[in-house]
Design a protein around this ligand. Structure first.
Ligand code: HEC
Length: 270
C-alpha cells in the first residue's frame, strides 16, 4: 500500500513539474525542487497561473466557485477559471475587470481577496481565513507580469463554458452573457449574423434582442454579449454560428464546426 501511495505521489509531482517547471529552471532550487514563497495551503506558491490554480483556486475557491451554482457565474476550477477571470468584468462592480492584466490595483479579484472596504459582499475566501500576504503577493505579481496563462495546453478550438451556463434559471437579469473558448477568436467574424440573442414569446416566436457582441480587449478567448437594455423576465437563447461561410473561427480560420446554443431564463421579479 505504502509503495503504491509513494508511486502515486511521484507521478503527481512529476506531472505537476512537466507543466510548470519545464524550461530554464526558474523557481527551482539547486535540487530541482520548487522554491517556496510560503503562502496558500497545499504548498509553495509562485507568481504563475498554474501555481495559483493549484495552491489557491482549486483547493480553496472552487469549493464554492464551481459548476452551475458558482457565485456570480465565476467558476474557478482549473478548466474554467482563467477565461472567467482575465479580461472579464466583475458582476458586483462592473466598472472593474475581475483580473486586469498588468494592473492588480484595478483587478476586482484582488480587492475581494484583500477585503478592501469598497467591495460588495464579503472578503474571499468567504467565511474563511484570508489568504496569506505571501499568496496575495504572488497573485498580484502574476497580474503585474501580464496575467498570462501558464496552464494553456494545445486543445482543439471549441467553446469552453458560459456565464450563465446553458439551461440556467436566473433570479436577476445578467448584465452580459460571457462565452469562453479554448483559443482566441478572430474578432472580424463577430457580427449580427454570427452572434445573436433572442427571446421566446409564449407562442414560441423568437424575438431578436438588441445587444452588443465583442471580444474582451484583454482576452480574445472571451466573447461578451451585452444587451442594450436590461432583460425582463422570460426565456432567452444565445446562438453562435459555427458552420458555413463567415462562421465564428479561431485565428487560423478553424470554425466551431457546429452552431452553439445557450439557453437561460430570467425569473419574474418577486
Ligand atoms: C464559502 C464559499 C466561497 C468561497 C470558498 C469563495 N467564494 Fe468567492 N464568492 C462567494 C459568494 C457567495 C460570492 C457572491 C457574494 C459575495 O461577494 O460575498 C462570491 C463572489 C466572488 C467574487 C466576485 C465576482 C464578481 O463577478 O463580482 C470574486 C472575484 C470571488 N468570489 C473570488 C473568490 C476567490 C478568488 C476565492 C478563493 C480565494 C473565493 N472567491 C472563495 C463564495 C465563495
Amino acid at each position: 500500500m505504502q509503495i503504491v501511495v509513494k508511486r502515486l505521489l511521484l507521478v503527481l509531482s512529476l506531472s505537476a513539474c512537466a507543466a510548470s517547471c519545464a524550461g530554464n529552471g526558474e523557481g527551482l532550487d539547486q535540487n530541482g525542487q520548487p522554491i517556496s514563497a510560503g503562502g496558500g495551503k497545499g504548498g509553495p506558491i509562485t507568481a504563475d497561473f498554474q501555481s495559483i490554480q493549484d495552491n489557491v483556486f482549486t483547493p480553496i475557491c472552487s469549493k464554492c466557485h464551481i459548476g452551475a451554482s458558482a457565485p456570480e457565474g465565476l467558476q474557478l476550477d482549473s478548466t474554467h477559471s482563467y477565461n472567467l477571470l482575465v479580461g472579464v468584468p466583475s458582476n458586483e462592480q462592473s466598472n472593474l475587470l475581475r483580473v486586469k492584466p498588468g494592473d492588480p490595483d484595478n483587478s476586482y479579484m484582488v480587492h475581494k481577496i484583500e477585503g478592501l472596504p469598497r467591495i460588495a459582499g464579503g472578503q474571499m475566501p468567504l467565511g474563511e481565513a484570508p489568504l496569506t500576504q505571501a499568496t496575495i503577493d504572488a497573485i498580484r505579481q502574476w497580474i503585474t507580469n501580464g496575467a498570462s496563462n501558464s496552464t494553456a495546453t494545445a486543445q482543439d478550438f471549441a467553446m469552453q463554458t458560459s456565464a450563465p451556463l446553458d439551461r440556467s434559471a436566473l433570479i436577476k437579469p445578467p448584465a452580459r452573457i460571457v462565452v469562453t473558448f479554448t483559443q482566441d477568436l478572430d474578432t472580424s467574424l463577430i457580427n449580427d449574423d454570427t452572434v445573436s440573442l433572442e427571446k421566446f414569446t409564449e407562442d414560441s416566436i423568437a424575438l431578436r434582442i438588441p445587444a452588443v457582441a465583442a471580444l474582451s480587449t484583454d482576452n480574445f478567448a472571451v466573447l461578451m454579449i451585452t444587451p442594450r437594455k436590461a432583460l425582463d423576465a422570460g426565456d432567452y437563447r444565445v446562438i453562435l454560428r459555427g458552420t458555413d461561410g463567415g462562421a465564428l473561427a479561431n485565428l487560423q480560420g478553424r470554425t466551431l464546426g457546429a452552431n452553439v446554443t445557450i439557453k437561460f431564463s430570467v425569473e419574474p421579479a418577486p
